[in-house]
Design a protein around this ligand. Sequence first.
Ligand SMILES: NC(=O)c1ccc[n+]([C@@H]2O[C@H](COP(=O)([O-])OP(=O)(O)OC[C@H]3O[C@@H](n4cnc5c(N)ncnc54)[C@H](O)[C@@H]3O)[C@@H](O)[C@H]2O)c1
Length: 344
Amino acid sequence: MSILAPDVVRETDAFPSARPMTVTVTGAAGQIGYTLLFRVAAGLMFGADTPVNLRLLEIPSAMRATEGVVMELEDCGFPLLRDIDITSDPVRAFEGANAGVLIGAKPRTVGMERADLLAANASIFAVHGRAISEAAADDVRVVVVGNPVNANALVLAHHAPDLPKQQITAVSRLDHNRAVFQLARRAGVPTSEVSRLAIWGNHSSTMYPDITHAVVGGRSGAEYAADTMWLEMEFIPSVANRGSAIIEVRGQSSQGSAAFATKEHMYDWFCGTRPGDWTSAGVWSSGEYGIPDGLVCSMPVTSDGSGWTVVEGLNIDPLSRRYIDTSIADLLEEREMVKAMGLI
Ligand SMILES: NC(=O)c1ccc[n+]([C@@H]2O[C@H](COP(=O)([O-])OP(=O)(O)OC[C@H]3O[C@@H](n4cnc5c(N)ncnc54)[C@H](O)[C@@H]3O)[C@@H](O)[C@H]2O)c1
């Protein structure tokens, strides 16, 4: 029995097997990496009974800083932390990995356009895709955190063609958590009373936070969505522009909330979503809800620990359809951009 307290206490906090997990974290010395690693080592990503081996990948100029992160991890004396290796060689970093958390990329800064970000980051995911293909365990599950996540995940998949597409995901959990908070605030209830919210589309300002199926303090989210003035003028923009608002106020992109969202994505994927609820994740599309095949698109999903399952049978109202289609167009445009760059 572990004495570690998870970030979120829930009844399903049991990992199906206590085999050690080898976890590769890229961009380990960056701001999200730094915040996340202490949670992983504490057992908050794979369950409090699961030992972890950390493989930290950084660029050569950040190696010294990575050594400092390792020293701090050692100083915590985490009971579950078995082994740490640091390297700037992607193949060595992904050797035997059961989980890949791909943060290593440039963050967006004030005034930076998506095309600039794609140009700076997408090629990194081609290299990491090839390394995963060559060296990771067959069961490796990958989450892309480095922006633009959906396009980067496409690039990664293209360069790891033997890796089953269901094992490649993009994080949209930060949008999900932001939307949960904004809806809870509107309803005057704690976030624990919000369930069944869904983020659709791209992790960009076009993502659509869908509350029409949500349950909020025992009421239907559709009741709140019926106030279209609030929905379209306040709620959706507040979630869509939150990342930019944080950059403006903090001077840097989201760190703590991004690390938390990443941890939650992996926790739910490996250990299961809450009974009766779902979450959102960028997963490989195969025609669900009119989303074209072969995109990495955020959708409502559940997990029983073995993998994500897209929630089926939701009724999409006309307003939701319009927003989802806009975000799909955004994803298709990004796909064309990475094609034009010769990356897929
Ligand atoms: N998906 C989300 O919800 C979300 C939220 C916030 C930020 N992000 C994105 O996450 C990424 C990282 O953000 P951050 O704030 O930690 O940035 P950061 O600059 O603090 O850290 C990035 C780290 O990645 C490393 N890196 C760069 N290229 C690398 C490579 N090829 N291999 C390994 N490591 C490499 C850098 O040396 C740096 O230490 C950015 O792209 C940012 O936009 C995503």
